[in-house]
Write a protein that binds this ligand. Sequence first.
Ligand code: 3PG
Length: 235
Amino acid sequence: MAASDFENGRAGSSASTAAAALDFERFLARLLVVPVVEIARVQDAVPLARALLEGGLPCAEITFRTASAAQAIEAIATSVPEIRVGAGTVLDPSQAQAALDAGASFLVAPGFDPAVVEFALAHGVPLVPGVCTPTEVGMALARGLSLLKLFPAEAAGGVGYLKALAAPFGDVRFVPTGGIGPDNLAAYLAIRQVIACGGSWMVKKDLIAAGAFDTIRELAAQARTIADAARPAAT
Ligand code: 3PG
């Protein structure tokens, strides 16, 4: 589905929403690692995206933590179409709309915000809402969402907490994010219900600010190697 399909009225039927969600889940199951990016300068967006692509992580979640987010998404969607670009830290429907207008193909939120959830369902765009408790997992399931971001994963209790949280919800797929890096990535991916892990460790702000795109490419490749070893069936 092209970003343009999200425009008014052309997406959003329950069938197209489900198809887009399934397509995104299949993509995540191969990707295994979602780079979570904070872009301060728009001109860094394209070289950053190329570094991730060359490192084997063809995806960028551009967070709405900076004023450059929408422009960065647009730059990547236009210039590096080989990678899937989405929006992170989506806190309200106006940010979600700005993300779609810029060409984002998925949305990630830190929490379970009903207005953002209804926006995503109405527009047929895959959304990974944040959850941290069984009650929030239940709220997401009640709206038909079963691809959920456990946030903040490490601070909430890490692998042990995720296993306990996931146990009653067999059909839920988690994208744990927050405090994940090369040392604990494999432990999260060893959990059956983890479809992929999110993290910023390969795209730290200081690396982007320094233009250290070779290092970013190497860190992405390291993440690719760790993930593929942890989940050989996904490669
Ligand atoms: C997010 O916005 O998803 C998190 O801040 C990413 O967490 P990390 O920086 O600990 O990887």
